[in-house]
Design a protein around this ligand. Structure first.
Ligand code: SAM
Length: 305
C-alpha cells in the first residue's frame, strides 16, 4: 500500500496535503507530522507528481512532492552531505559523477565541491521540479546548475542508464522514496542496480538514499538485498533528518573500496586536499555514520563474496 492511499484512508486527498496553515506529512502509514506553514510559493501538477514549494517558519523553503517533504533550506545540508560525501571520499579520485534524481540541485552542489570532479551529470525525470528549483530554491542549489562541469539531462534515470556508453566513478541515486513514488519504483530493483554496476568503473561506488528502515523495514530490506545481490561491498548508514521526522537510511554499494576502512584523519585529509567545505560531514562524522545502532542486524560494512 502506498502513502497516497493511506492519506485517502485517513480522510486526506492529495489536494489537502496543505491543510489550512500546516503541512500534514505522513511519516509512516500511521504517523503524521504537522508542520506550521507560512506560505505556498508554488503548486503544480507535473506529468509525474504534485509539486509544492512552500515556506515553513522553522525550516525555510521546502520542496514537497506528492505530499512528502523532499528537503528544506534549514536541514538539507544534513541530508545532502550524508548522501554525497561518504561515497565520494571513499573513492581516491572521483572524476566522473552521475546523479539520478536530485532535482533541487543540492546533490549536484555537494558533488561539485570535490575539485577532482571533471563532469557531474544529473538526470532527473521531471523538468518542472528542476526548473522550479532553479527559480525558487536558490539556497539549495547555490548556482550548481551553472557550474561548467555540470550537465543536466531531463530523462528517466532507468532509460539513461540503459543507453549511456559512459562509465562513472560515482553514481548517486537521489530519488523519491522507494515506498512512495511511482516514477522511482524501478530504480530500487536488482535489475536496475545491475545496470548501475555495469556503468561504474572497476573501482566505482554507488550510493542511494533508501527512506526509513524503521518505518518501512520490509521495503528497506528488499532494497538492501537487491544491492547485496549485485555489489561485493555494502555499507548502510542512517542520519536523523528533522524535517523528515525520521532517520533517513543510505546504502553504499562498492566494487573495490570499503568506506569503513577510512580513518577520520584520512577523511579530513581528502576533504582538505579537494577543497571541500562542509557544515555537517567531517572525519569524525564519517566514523560515526559507519557505526549503526545495534537494532540494525547488519552492523558494519560487509562483503557479499
Ligand atoms: N531527498 C529526497 C527524498 O527524501 O525523497 C529525494 C529528493 S529529489 C527531489 C527526488 C527526485 O527524483 C525528484 O526530483 C524526482 O523528479 C526524481 N525522480 C523520480 N523518479 C525518477 C526517475 N525515474 N528518473 C530520474 N529522476 C527521478
Amino acid at each position: 500500500m502506498k502513502l497516497k492511499r493511506v492519506m485517502l484512508h485517513a480522510g486526506f486527498d492529495m489536494q489537502y496535503t496543505l491543510v489550512g496553515l500546516a503541512v500534514v506529512q505522513p511519516v509512516s502509514y500511521d504517523t503524521y507530522m504537522i508542520i506550521k506553514l507560512r506560505t505556498v510559493l508554488v503548486r503544480k501538477r507535473s506529468k509525474y507528481q504534485n509539486i509544492e514549494i512552500v515556506e515553513l517558519p522553522e525550516y525555510g523553503r521546502a520542496l514537497v512532492l506528492d505530499g512528502l517533504v523532499q528537503s528544506t533550506e534549514i536541514d538539507e545540508h544534513i541530508y545532502h552531505e550524508s548522501l554525497v560525501h561518504p561515497a565520494m571520499i571513499t573513492h581516491p579520485e572521483p572524476r566522473d559523477v552521475l546523479i539520478i534524481g536530485g532535482g533541487e540541485g543540492a546533490t549536484l552542489r555537494e558533488a561539485l565541491k570535490h575539485n577532482t570532479v571533471q563532469e557531474a551529470v544529473m538526470v532527473d525525470i521531471d523538468e518542472d521540479v528542476v526548473n522550479l528549483s532553479k527559480e525558487y530554491l536558490k539556497n539549495h542549489h547555490q548556482g550548481a546548475f551553472n557550474d561548467k562541469r555540470a550537465k543536466v539531462i531531463i530523462e528517466d534515470g532507468k532509460k539513461f542508464i540503459e543507453k549511456t556508453d559512459k562509465k562513472f566513478d560515482i553514481i548517486i541515486l537521489d530519488l523519491t522514496d522507494p515506498y512512495a513514488s511511482e516514477p522511482a519504483q524501478d530504480l530500487y530493483t536488482e535489475q536496475f542496480y545491475q545496470k548501475v554496476y555495469e556503468k561504474l568503473r572497476d573501482d566505482g561506488i554507488m550510493v542511494t538514499q533508501a527512506g526509513s528502515s524503521f518505518y518501512y523495514e520490509q521495503t528497506y530490506e528488499k532494497v538492501l538485498n537487491s544491492i547485496k545481490k549485485v555489489f561485493p561491498i555494502i555499507k548502510e548508514y542512517n542520519v536523523w533528518i528533522p524535517s523528515f521526522g525520521y532517520a533517513c537510511n543510505f546504502i553504499i554499494g562498492s566494487k573495490k573500496y570499503n568506506p569503513e576502512k577510512l580513518t577520520a584523519e584520512e577523511v579530513e585529509q581528502r576533504l582538505s586536499s579537494r577543497g571541500v567545505k562542509t557544515k555537517f560531514y567531517s572525519g569524525r562524522t564519517h566514523i560515526a555514520l559507519m557505526n549503526l545502532p545495534v537494532y540494525r542486524k547488519s552492523l558494519g560494512a560487509y562483503t557479499t563474496s
